[in-house]
Design a protein around this ligand. Sequence first.
Ligand code: MG
Ligand code: ZN
Length: 548
Amino acid sequence: MMKPRLLCLLMAAVMLASCASSPPDKPLTAAEPDDAPKNKKITKVKNVILLIGDGMGPQQMGLLQEYATRAPNSTYPDGLTAMARMMDAGTMGLSTHGPVDKLVVDSACSATQLATGQPAPSEVIGLDANGDPAPTILERARAAGLSTGLISDTRLTHATPAAFAAHVAHRSMENEIAEQLLTARVDVMLSGGLRHWIPASASDPQSAAHKALVERTGGSVRIKSKRKDEHDLLAQAQAAGYQVVMNKSELMEAKGRQLLGLFAYSGMHSGPAHTLRRDDPDRTQPTLPELATKALEVLSADEDGFFLMIEAGQIDWAGHANDAGWLLHEMLKFDQTLKRVMDFASQRDDTLVVVTADHETGGFGFAYSRAGVPNASALPGAAFVGRAYKPNHNFGDLAVLDRLYKQTATFEDMMGLYDRGQDKSPEALAAIINQHSDFKISVEGAASVLAREPNTFHHDDHKILSADTFPLVNDFEAFYVFGEEVRMDLIGRALAQEQQVTWANGTHTHTPVAVIAYGPPQAAERYSRFMHHTVVGQITAELLLGHR
Ligand code: MG
Ligand code: ZN
């Protein structure tokens, strides 16, 4: 009879061989590399907390780290980010994330691959390469008797959370996704996107449904439905045993074991205006760190363990807008959320925390330039006796980090103010931008944000590309896809030189993302490799469920 170890090695060899010879659309295996230690005891993982920074490539992590450690007025007194603390105590790998048959991934496909461990096509939710429903780690955890949770600062029905508990052909099918999330009986669901959970008639201000919801929310949430039917998912949730909460104080006081929290019409409050006013006593929306704390409190009561996915989803939105100030504030929010998670996990030996991203957004980076080349200065060292210190290029002042922090509104907020205003002049736009940004724009710069060109990528049957004109982009225009939102990217372009920032595009890049793991050491070290997101999904499911 073949010895188990030999059988193991043979199987690994077969799996590796099939991996090497197969085209990229074949499932990648979670097999250990050949030189991995064999037969070691894996400490059992009771709980998994998966944090996804949507659009958080290594560059975005670097922005947070530079700010925390080197901004002259860093809000981190010791410079120590939760991310660095986690990396110090844990492991790190890198992961690619491309869809089954393409180069660049969207959030729906990427989250599907993480959730199912299987390759997926673009823009699908919870489906395999053929388009069939694929079981997710959350569903498998629930079937095994664990508690489950989904948290996001976007919408509950948005691509990233949806992919863990819904199965639909396209990420835009958010009304169907809401029904499926409810059917999936995820124990704790906290996010925005109320618009997909209330009946169509609630859009009518005269309707009883509308009035009841205005009263219910105290006017803190815009009441308008995106549904085409009269399904009242809040009532269904309550009938199924959920406690439904809609503001910060209800969340804090909630005692339910099944908790549905919907705190905003669409995405939750975000950006500098809200992160800077985090301690505002009048704030009715909870923050992402507050959602995480509550979810951990509820889920950790389960003796069998839990699976919790937490998404910081607006890192991606800042990236799409090429808005470096917003991006910094979203990274700070992510890190505060991670701190809550690490405070929880570091008190225990049974909880695995995995931090990753679904992809990088925008091709962000600080870069050195030929603008503002520094004057000669002195350096005290021996090499500079009788010689000035005079680098050839502007390598970027650290003060840029503080100035990014000082931004008080997102580019999206700024364009909203402009669009709602009467004055459509470049001067009016410049005034709005200069009120909220420490980096100033000229009237010519503002005019460049408002310039138009014919849409040469016209498509009749397309939500965005049916437009006749587009904001005028001077380079890589095909990679700026979101219609009027491209004006935000043009603000980014106009401020880029002063911000010492460049952006490659308004979409996603293939840049490999970090996978940081903390927890039982033999579990965490499984991620210390170069892998694909399907493998991250496979390893995580195996560590959480394989031993049960
Ligand atoms: Mg997302
Ligand atoms: Zn995106």
